[in-house]
Design a protein around this ligand. Structure first.
Ligand SMILES: C[C@H](O)[C@@H](O)CC(=O)C(=O)O
Ligand code: MG
Length: 433
């Protein structure tokens, strides 16, 4: 009997993080970290696929509705039927003849696609008894390329070029895998620098983070210049002149404002400015990047699909590619972006400030290192220290590094008691509120 998806359960899970201001930034001062959470039920009671897409509260119910709209495209399909034609499966979701109109390949419908597609990859990895990164690492270059829908990107990356990029490092995959299993993947922390934290709280968290061995720190900016200057001075004082400091404006500025603001912060030696302006403004990013050099530009958590990433690469508009496991349409599209980044020589530093994102992106960076980039230079995973206790296999951090996850799957499976208690609006946590 082939493994068949018999049902799709979509849940609205929300955590009241706005009460502590964890996750706050200049554009999103009160996020309730949330997940539109998918379970693929199969004809094997011992095997299910779990996936999620990340939102920050209100609107999560819209993602759940979109998942329900896509579910009939998945129910009744066999895992083998999907995985043997991965690119066609992905296109069957993103190019569905009527649903496409409410995208295409962007916004709520694409977030929902990510939840479903990631759940399929989780199911595949669990059925192979491998963590997702290892499933990817064990696929041949041909198999990896066959997972990608190249529509709209062949002017930047052809399937043949993707194959060449993957074959380049194939003979040395094993040594990098051994290294990652031994040392883990380097990371930076965002957890001390949320915008809503007081100066005292920030100092305290920075001291704790330094004691734990963190060497790279991100600070939220963009409220007003006076506050930003005070907060960046505090962070520099605490971490010293050598450690890396990155700032993140979460899209609040116009292009000229971003340039002026970053010139004012330049004396504190920020390494990158993240999301200085609208994520859709490719040429605006390029203008900012030119004007504020040597400060670099990072973006990606709101870049909606591989097409906009393609333009950012082509226009030399950014220096760090911050893929998000849920913003684009799941693992398949992430593979396309990782390969384009390799071709254009841009390092991948995934976005992970959200629930479940750290659990996800560790797999993507480990795959990138072993199979594609073969380099750790200027590459780091983000770490945000929230809500990991709700996962069956939470991330493990040691001395500023993610340890390679070893449990089968894509690591986004939540505990059953979490799914009950944090269900919105009926779970105990929300009923009490
Ligand atoms: C609303 C989120 O917490 C956002 O601020 C995360 C983010 O920008 C990041 O982690 O980077
Ligand atoms: Mg950010």
């Amino acid at each position: 009997m082939p493994l068949t998806i018999t049902d799709v359960v979509a849940r609205d899970i929300r955590f009241p993080t706005s009460r502590s201001l964890a996750g706050s930034d200049a554009m999103h001062p009160d996020p309730d970290y949330s997940a539109a959470y998918v379970t693929l039920v199969t004809n094997d009671p011992a095997l299910q696929g779990d996936g999620l897409t990340f939102t920050i509260g209100r609107g999560n119910e819209i993602c759940v509705a979109a998942i329900k709209a896509l579910a009939p495209l998945v129910i009744g399909r066999t895992l083998e039927g999907i995985t043997s034609h991965m690119a066609a499966f992905w296109r069957s979701l993103t190019a569905e003849s009527q649903l496409r109109w409410v995208g295409p390949e962007k916004g709520v419908i694409h977030l929902a696609t990510a939840a479903l597609v990631n759940a399929v990859w989780d199911l595949w990895a669990k059925s192979e008894q491998k963590p997702l990164w290892k499933l990817l690492v064990d696929l041949s270059p041909e198999q990896l390329v066959s997972c990608i829908d190249f529509r709209y990107i062949t002017d930047a990356l052809t399937p043949e070029e993707a194959l060449t990029l993957l074959r380049r490092n194939e003979p040395t995959r094993a040594q990098r895998e051994a290294e990652i299993r031994r040392r883990g993947y380097p990371a930076y922390t965002t957890s001390a620098g949320w915008l809503g934290y007081s100066d005292e709280q920030m100092r305290q968290l920075l001291r704790e983070a330094l004691a734990k061995g963190w060497t790279h720190f991100k600070l939220k900016v963009g409220a007003n210049l006076e506050d930003d200057l005070r907060r960046i001075r505090i962070m520099r004082e605490e971490i010293g002149p050598e450690r890396r400091l990155m700032v993140d404006a979460n899209q609040v500025w116009d292009v000229d404002q971003a340039i002026a603001h970053m010139k004012a912060l330049a004396p504190y030696n920020p390494w990158w400015i993240e999301e200085p302006t609208s994520p859709d403004d490719v040429l605006g990013h390029a203008t900012i990047a030119k004007a504020i050099a040597p400060i670099k530009v990072a973006t990606g958590e709101h870049v909606q699909n591989r097409v906009i990433f393609k333009q950012l690469f082509q226009a030399q508009a950014f220096h760090f590619c911050q893929i998000d496991a849920c913003r684009v349409g799941g693992v398949n599209e992430v593979l396309a972006i990782i390969l384009m980044a390799a071709k254009f020589g841009i390092p991948i530093c995934p976005h992970a400030g959200g629930v479940g994102l750290c659990e996800y992106v560790q797999h993507l960076s480990i795959f990138d290192y072993i199979c594609v980039s073969a380099s750790l230079e200027d590459r780091m995973l983000e770490f945000a220290n929230h809500l990991h206790e709700h996962f069956v296999h939470p991330v493990v951090i040691e001395n500023g590094h993610y340890k390679a996850p070893l449990a089968p799957g894509y690591s986004a499976t939540m505990l059953p008691e979490t799914l009950d208690a944090y269900a919105y609006p009926d779970g105990a946590v929300w009923q009490k509120a």
